[in-house]
Structure formats: C-alpha cells, structure tokens
Design a protein around this ligand. Structure first.
Ligand SMILES: Cc1ncc(COP(=O)(O)O)c(C=O)c1O
Length: 387
C-alpha cells in the first residue's frame, strides 16, 4: 500500500486543494505535543529501546484489547516476526490473497515458504473462505507442500471473515496470522483488530490511519506467551540478556522516535476515526446507487484507512474525477500473481474475482481533515463521472 505510482496526491478544485491524505493538517493540530515527545527522546538519548517503546506497547494492547503488543520496524517486520516464531519454512504453504500489497507475499517468501494465492470475495475484497478451502485441498492433493498458515488481509481496513477462516484453519491444522496493516481501529462483533485472532501484524507507515513519521509496525497477540519469542526474534533471536542468539531473528526493532510520535497520535486517533467513519458513511450512501463500494461483513467496522469502490469504465471515471480536482489512487491494478517477482507462484486457473476487482477499483480521498463541503464536492464529482 506504500506505492505512490498511481496516486495523484492532491489536486486543485473549486473547493481549494483536496488532499488524498492530509498529514500536514494533522501535524498543524498536534505539532507542539509531538515536539515535546521528540524532545524527551533527545533528552534521555535512548534512541533504540527507549521507555516510549514499552509505553506504546502497553497503550496498543489497552486500545485494542489484545493481551500484548510488540512494537517493530514496519508492517513487513510485523508479518515476518510471527512467521519466524512459528518456524514457517521451506516446504510450507502459506495461503494469502493475491489482491494485496506485495509485503504480504514477500514476508512469506523470506521465510523460504511458498505463497499460495487465494481469490477474494468480489464485494468485501477480502480472502474468500470457499476458495481458501479449495486451495488447501489442491495443495494436499499435489502433495509437494505442507499447508501451514493462512494470512488474511483486512483490505482497506475492513476485517476479513475470521469466523469462517478460523474454522477452516482449525479443521486443517493451519495457523492464522492476520495482516492488519490497514485495519488498526477496525473491529468485528465487538472485538477490535489485534484481538480477533492469535496474531495480528499492523503497519504504522505514515499514510496509514495511525501513522508514524517513518517506518513502524506492531504485532498484537491474544496470548501473552507469544511476546517473549516475538521480542527475541525482533532482536536477532537473542535471549533476555541480548547476548546469545537462541533462534534465528533479525533487526525488527522500532526506533524510539517513532514510538514517541505514535504515542501522541494515539491520543487523537479515536476522534479521527469517528470522522473517517462519517465520511465513509456519506460516500457509501451517495455511491451505492451507481457504484459498488466495499461491503463490510455484518458486525464489522472498518478502520477506514482507505475508501475504495468499484465502477465500470474505471480509467475514464478516474481521469474525469482527477480533472475536476479530486485526487485518487488505484489499489491494486496488478494482482500479485501477475507481477514478475511472484509469477512463479501463479495459480493454474486465474483468480476471477481478483481480476474483476483490480480492473474496476479505485480509491478516493479519506482523512479526517476533509471538510463537509469537500466531501459533498467529491461525491458530486464522482456521481457526475460514474452514473
Ligand atoms: C496489506 C499490507 N501488508 C503489509 C504492509 C507492509 O507494511 P510496511 O510498509 O509498514 O512494511 C502494507 C503496507 O502498506 C500493507 O498495505
């Protein structure tokens, strides 16, 4: 989701400049508080493993209802850490959607395991439990790989169908690792992302709903017994004294400055999320008649990191909308199994819903500093272009 290739980041309209994501407005609001936090780090000088790291881990667990959290270097590190801890390795099959950011596949491949691409639901854009079952059966029949793990991705912030996935995983003896890089703040049936499955990776890339001022991420768990091992993997697989490597790990640490920034942003996160949700509701109401906004599962609340919808003639609609000063992005034009790096893992039969969605989807501005007038203007422009 970090790609900027297809994003027109801001554009001029008669509403003034509309930003796709407005980090500057947020910074204007909380800059003195952030400066105080950064100053504190400069004063104590613990740039790695400073006290802000543990403070953030506690706050993340408290905010999500998770049993604990491990702050780490990025969302990608947050995926790799639990995979290493599970000893996922060469010969293992890890089931992931193809309609996702490349990090989900890369995290699997660096362990030596093989990503097996699964189709998505064409309305929720999340991994399709029926196709997951089918792909597990294919791998078992083929016999070359050992089905080990499934990584559902909460696309654009909307939780995947964890009830169905957990039941398949239990039947098949697979571990579930949630890629919640886009869904911090989201929830399902009154539980929040971080507390939906045993292990959730999230990203605090600056453009995420909760974003640092650099790379950062976290792994959240429902089981405190995971914490010690994850912290060890994060620090080159060392023991408590950090001298002896007791397992293979890597430098997956978050730096203290990022924790300091995130602690301050967490203070305003709920307020910002409420505004994001209002905007998403307005968009849904305005677009449902002529387009296909992302559908959320019953009982699901999106973290609203991104707002995406499907339209026919996507490229013409996007060009028209951009001309009228509304910036857009396309997540994702190319499913992973069509990319050169991952083509060797492409399924024998194409993934029909993945293909259809990638041809029709685009993203609209989504951030809490859009004014109501700007939101109305965006709705008018999209309606004129697409209906
Ligand atoms: C679905 C998904 N997974 C993983 C990641 C990786 O996160 P990071 O960029 O923090 O490594 C991202 C980031 O955009 C993402 O969107």
């Amino acid at each position: 989701m970090n790609g900027v290739a297809n994003i027109s980041l801001a554009a001029e309209s008669r509403m003034g400049r509309i930003s796709f994501i407005d980090l500057a407005a947020q910074q204007r609001r909380i800059r003195p508080a952030i400066e105080r936090r950064l100053q504190a780090v400069l004063d104590h000088g613990q740039y790695v493993a400073g006290p802000e790291i543990e403070e953030l881990e506690e706050k993340l667990a408290e905010r999500t209802g998770a049993a604990g959290a491990v702050a780490c270097a990025s969302g990608t590190a947050a995926l790799i850490i639990p995979l290493f801890a599970l000893d996922v390795k060469a010969g293992d099959a890890v089931f992931i959607p193809s309609f996702t950011y490349n990090a989900t596949a890369n995290a699997v491949i660096v362990t030596g395991a093989t990503p097996v691409f699964v189709d998505i639901d064409p309305e929720t854009f999340n991994i399709d439990p029926q196709d997951l079952k089918a792909k597990i059966a294919e791998v078992r029949e083929d016999g070359a790989l050992n089905p080990r793990c499934v990584i559902p991705v909460d696309m654009f912030g909307s939780p995947a169908d964890y009830a169905a996935i957990a039941s398949i995983a239990a039947e098949e003896g697979l571990s579930v690792l949630s890629d919640g890089a886009q869904s911090f703040g989201g929830g399902l049936n009154n539980r929040l992302v971080g507390n939906l499955v045993p292990a959730t990776a999230t990203s605090f890339f600056p453009g995420k709903a909760l974003g640092a001022y650099g790379d950062a991420g976290a792994v959240l768990t429902q089981d405190v017994r995971n914490l010690e091992e994850w912290k060890s993997v994060r620090w080159h697989g060392t023991d408590d004294a950090r001298r002896t490597s007791v397992r293979v790990g890597f430098n997956g640490r978050m730096d203290t400055f990022q924790a300091a920034v995130l602690l301050e942003k967490l203070e305003i996160f709920d307020e910002e999320l409420a505004v994001r949700r209002q905007i998403a509701e307005t968009y849904d109401t305005r677009f449902s008649a002529f387009a296909r906004p992302q559908r959320h599962l019953p009982g699901a609340q999106s973290g609203c990191a991104y707002y995406c919808l499907r339209v026919k003639n996507r490229d013409a609609v996007v060009a028209d909308v951009n001309k009228r000063g509304v910036p857009t992005a396309i997540y994702y034009t190319t499913p992973l199994h069509k990319m050169p790096a991952f083509a060797e893992f492409a399924p024998k039969k194409d993934l029909e819903a993945t293909k259809a969605v990638s041809e029709e989807i685009f993203a609209l501005p989504m951030h809490p500093y859009l004014t109501p007038d700007q939101v109305d203007y965006i709705c008018d422009v999209v309606e004129a272009a697409a209906s």
